[in-house]
Design a protein around this ligand. Structure first.
Ligand code: ZN
Length: 87
C-alpha cells in the first residue's frame, strides 16, 4: 500500500498534494512533504506550480498538524462562480 502511494506521488505530484489537502485539511509544506513521502524541495516546487492555479490558497497561519506558524496551504473552495474570471 505504501509502495503504491509513493508511486502515485512520483507520477502526479500536484494531484497528490491536492488530495492530501482535501483529506487532512490545511497543512504546511513540511507536513505535506511528510504525508506525501516527498522531499521538502520537491513539495516546494510543486506547491509553487499549484500556487499559480486557483485550486490552492496559501496564508501564513498556524499549521493544525505541527502547530508551527508558517506558510500553510489549503484547498480553495471553487464551487462559487465568479472567481478567477477577471474578464
Ligand atoms: Zn505542519
Amino acid at each position: 500500500m505504501r509502495k503504491w502511494l509513493r508511486c502515485v506521488a512520483v507520477i502526479d505530484l500536484p494531484r497528490t498534494l491536492t488530495t492530501l489537502l482535501g483529506t487532512f485539511g490545511p497543512l504546511c509544506e513540511r507536513c505535506l512533504a511528510h504525508h506525501a513521502w516527498m522531499t521538502l524541495s520537491l513539495v516546494a516546487a510543486t506547491l509553487d506550480d499549484l500556487r499559480q492555479t486557483p485550486a490552492i490558497r496559501t496564508e501564513r497561519a498556524l499549521c493544525p498538524r505541527c502547530g508551527q506558524f508558517t506558510q500553510t496551504f489549503w484547498l480553495a473552495e471553487t464551487h462559487e462562480e465568479g472567481y478567477g474570471e477577471s474578464r
